[in-house]
Structure formats: structure tokens, C-alpha cells
Ligand binder design. Sequence first.
Ligand code: SAM
Ligand code: SF4
Length: 484
Amino acid sequence: METPDSKRNNVTSKRLTIFLQTFGCQMNKLDSAIVESSLRDAGYQFVDNAKDADVVLMNTCSVRDHAEQRVMSHLGNLKHIKESRPDLVVAVIGCMAQRLGSELFKQSAVDIVCGPAQIAEIPRLITEALQEKKKAVAVTEKIRQVSPDAQLLERFEIEYSGDDTDIPGQAYVRAMHGCNKFCSYCVVPYVRGPETSRPPEAIIEQTKRLAQNGIKQITLLGQRINAYEYKAGDKTYCLADLLSMISENNGIEWIKFVTSYPSQKYFKEIMLAMANLPKVCRYLHIPAQSGSDQILKAMNRGYTSAEYLELLDTARQIVPDIAIAGDFIVGFPGETDDYFAQTVDLVKKARYKNSFIFKYSPRPGTVADKRLEDNIPQEIKERRNHELLKVQEEISRALAAEFTGQTVKVLVEGPSKKARLTAVSPQVYPGGFDPQHKVGGLQLIGRTAGDWIAVFNGTETLAGQFTNVKITKTTPLTLFGELV
Ligand code: SAM
Ligand code: SF4
């Protein structure tokens, strides 16, 4: 059997290949980047297609049923591939692995099941599966206790995070693991374990290394990032302290953080840090979930819509040009037309830059699933989803239009999807982009500090760099312009 190490000893041998597919949130993208970096280090090569791979890794999400169903359907397809290639190794990692454990072996394609706290074991589990052809499961047995693998995970994270980034110039940095909030609809506390904050020194060290590798923007991740709290001796570090410490690191130029939970604790300090530290982006993602106090109570969110709106007022008083984004769940059990109208009202008052809107999906094991009937019909969930999106779209349209004529600083992500499909006028400007006439070249996308997407023409070499774009036209979600 070939191993990745055989590559190191014998350059002519074929390197084993891995196809890694990631579902779900930024936390999963970060886990995937860490796993990918560790496996590249072990000698594996990554490919874009399961058909060309010796190993298929699926990093899964359990937040909504739909995400799980997609994975199940992929596992069904992999079963067919495995019929003709029995040596193929299939690993399910992430939240579904933790939630379902060895139940996943009912899907005959699956060889490895590995939870989010065990990702440090993946290189070993893959080697063993390739060599010994036996099925293995590594998950946390008592998920609400700090995982016995926590220290190993921390070392793994420090060693491998930041080497593989999806978007040039940007990286995620985990500030917190898990969640203690137990919103009644949410599976996260049951699959990601208790809330813990990582030591500030580890985070700072990581950001320094990222800056040395050319990273310009870091996004701190936590399910309730504003609850970051780390005690060392008689000092307690909060997110505001962390932002200030990272700001002193010269290489990193933009710092973002997600997701904020609506609560008073440390809120003013964090907003003041945003106002006073130029590197901290003026962007706040703070999900409300509903505008109805009855539904918020049933969701166990711990605030009223008035308290939520007060927080937004505080944020705007301290940081007047802050861009705010929200999340909502429509069709939560018991959501009447009237309760939904209160959500519409809150969206209008909040004037979000954008909102992520989800249809309620009952999750096994959660309090809402155990105690409340999923009694809002699918078509009503869909109608409310559509209606809320339309309300949000009008607000986004108006906020976006304010950028017309302004010049914004963006961090360039790379060619837009359209540019990847169609080369723009290389015939007219054989050298690509014509800077004098600002035409030709590729259509690029970038993001502002407030997380607005900007689209403009330029050269691919700008990916991962800051540039200025003059906005000429806008749509609800996009600012169009030209390089200045
Ligand atoms: N920790 C973050 C917070 O508290 O806002 C977000 C975590 S969750 C992974 C991301 C979003 O998924 C939530 O804000 C919520 O809107 C949505 N979500 C979570 N559970 C859901 C469910 N059972 N059905 C529909 N949407 C859900
Ligand atoms: Fe889920 Fe609530 Fe925790 Fe967010 S704060 S991860 S919604 S339990």
C-alpha cells in the first residue's frame, strides 16, 4: 500500500489524493483549512473531484436538516463509486459525525467518523483506514464536558491554522470553542460542546504568524464572540482587550469578529474598541432571530426586541457608520401572523445591511424539538422567508445606494464567478487590464471593512491586496465601480 510518506522516500511514486468538501459555517471552513494543512504536510495531494480521490473527506453541518440531507445524498453517490473502487476511503467529520457517531456506518460508504474535537486524529485515522481497511469512530463521549482531546486539539490548531486559506489575504482565527447558550432550536451546544475561550497569547501568536504569511485580514470566530473571556491571574481579558492586542500587531490591517450575541456584557467596551481602533472593521453581525418577545422567549434567547434594538442604538451612537447584519428564523413553532409582523417591524427598525433568513428546521435533541410541535406549514415558512427577504432587500438597496459616487477601500478576494466563466475583453486589451481607461482585465470582487461586496475590473494580481474602488452603480447586495 502506498502511503503519503512513500512519496517522500520515492519521488516517482504517486501521491495519495484527497477530495475535501465542506458544508456549513465559517467554523467548519476553519476546521477544514486546518485539516487540509495537516494532510498536505503529511504528503497528501488535494483534488477537485471525488472520482479522482483515494480519500473523500466530508466536513459536515447539523444546524439544519437540509445540510444533513445533502451529506446523506453524497454518501449515497459515494457508495456507487466505492462499488467499482473498494479501496476508496470515506471520512465524515464535523458536527454530523459528533451527532450521529457510529450510526453513520449505516451508510455503507463510510469508513471514518470523526467529531470536531478529534480533528487532530484525522491523519492517523486515514493512514489506518488505508492500510488496515477497518472502520473507525472518534467522537467526544460526554459532549457537555470539556473534551479530553482539548489540549491535543489546541496544539494541532496552533501548528496548522492559517497555512491554507480559501481567500487570498484573509484567514479565520478561532477565539472560542462551543456554546453554552442553549437556544431552544439549536444543535450547536450538543455537537460543539461547552463554551471555552482560547488563551490570548495563542491567538496573538497565530495572528503574528498569519501576518508574516501575508494575511491582511483576520476574522475572529466564536458562536458568541462578544462573550470571549479569559482569566489569567488577576486579569480577565475580554474581546475588547483581544482586539486591542491584535491591533498592535503591525502586519494585520483589518480585524473582523463573528458572531455577536445580543447581550449587554462587554458590549460598550467592544463598540468603543471598534470606534477607537482603526484596524477593527466597523461591522457587527448580531442575530436577532425574531422580533416577537413571545417567540424570543420560546427560543430561550434571553432578551426582548426592545432590548435588542437598544443594543443597536448603542452601537450606532458609539460607531455611527457601523454596518450591521442579522439572522432570523421564520416559522418557529407558534409563530402567528402577528408575531411574524413584529419580526418584519424589527427588520425595518434595525436597518441591517443584510440579513440571513432561515426557515425553522427541528433538530433532534433540542428543547424546541422535544417540547414544541413544528406547527407552521412549509408553505407559510416559505412565504414568510420570501416576504422578510423582500423587506430586507429594500433596506439593503437604500443603504447600498448611499455609496454611489464614494470611493471605498476593499480587500480584493479575486476574480468574480462570472470572470471565472468568461474572460473579459482580452482581445481588446491583449495585456489584460488597461489601467488608464479602467477597462478590460478580469471582473474582480472585494469586500469593504463593512462587509459590502464590491465588483470592479482589474488584474488577478490584486487578489489579497487592498485597493480603492469608486462606486458608480449599486444593487441591494453589491457595489459596482472602478479602480481609482
Ligand atoms: N451562534 C450564532 C448565533 O447565536 O447567532 C449562530 C449559530 S447558527 C450556526 C447560525 C444561524 O443558523 C443562527 O443564527 C440561526 O439563525 C440559524 N439556525 C440555527 N438553528 C436553526 C434551526 N434549527 N432552524 C433554522 N435555522 C437555524
Ligand atoms: Fe446556537 Fe444560540 Fe449558541 Fe448561537 S448562541 S450557537 S444560536 S445555541
